[in-house]
Design a protein around this ligand. Sequence first.
Ligand code: GLU
Length: 365
Amino acid sequence: MRNFDTAKRIVIKIGTATLSANGGVNTAYVRRMAGQVKALLEQGRQVIIVTSGAIGMGIGQLPAEHKAGNIQMRQACAAIGQPLLMHEYHKAFRRHGVAVAQVLLTAEVLTNRKTYLNLRHAIEALLKLGAVPVINENDSVSTDEIGSAFGDNDRLSALVASKIDADVLIMLSDIDGLYDKDPRQCPDARPVPVVYELTDAVLKYAGGKGSRYATGGMKTKFDAARIAADANCRMVLANGQTRNVLRRIIDGAEIGTVFLPRRNLSNRQRWILNSKPKGTIEIDTGAMRALRRKKSLLPSGIAAVRGDFKLGDVVMLNNEAKAVTAFDSGQLNTLAGKHSRQIKKLLGPGHREEISVPEDIVFLD
Ligand code: GLU
């Protein structure tokens, strides 16, 4: 789930709020990012940055009377701000001997096959050179009216991740991740560390009109997560201010929310995956291997039983899977390590031979 050891191609999206300070670019922040990205490059990974902030930087350059937000003015601000933004990236990465490359996109570029292939080839060439592509929307030429705009960089970053076959999209934002309720209104809101699937129940977590968290924030994050999931790309949504956020995410720390790629799960499997486990059955490696090959869990594979649970409860199998158990924890303690033939002798008649059948076992990854 959070093992990114084999993640080779990483897209990092940095939002305006994360990047800016006092009406300009937060230079110290870009420097810290550059240091962390350099460490990822040294591990043999490829990094693509999708940055926001051009419009914000541009606005910061203008006297107050020009700050009205019509489309033309925003486009003008983007044109003023984009080179300033790139200059910051250039300075920060130069300290590490890494070249950055500006790539400006419109929605049309990604939907037209010819320009998309051109883009893909250019990005492959840049990555081969060890450069870091820094992508933004070409705000000065794209507008919603002519259908050429992405509208926001959340979707843009997911589309980029999808089109270049990235393994993971790290979305750095000013929120800590997904909560089961709006954390600013509900003190009992709990963070959601993993989203297995964007079900209606998950989408409702960010419901509640009127809160920025719900609309401006999470809606586009969900859109991005869906695009990434369809492209078999994991997405991690995390607070960009978390210390060493990139390194820790890639090292597997439980930071923010990870959205997993889409799987074809039955309703029952989804229910299993979304249930809170009542305990854990520790099983040996041979048994785990058999489960991966769609075999049933038998008593002989049980090494230990933790927790107090009933027949029909959802339990963890080590840290790797969730399953519905056909025996309670007391019975399993009796059966641990035994052959299925002994079930009748140990527990009496009327029990089946399997603890969980394959349809009742769902792996977390
Ligand atoms: N492309 C915009 C900019 O650079 C940002 C859009 C967004 O943050 O979603 O200012």
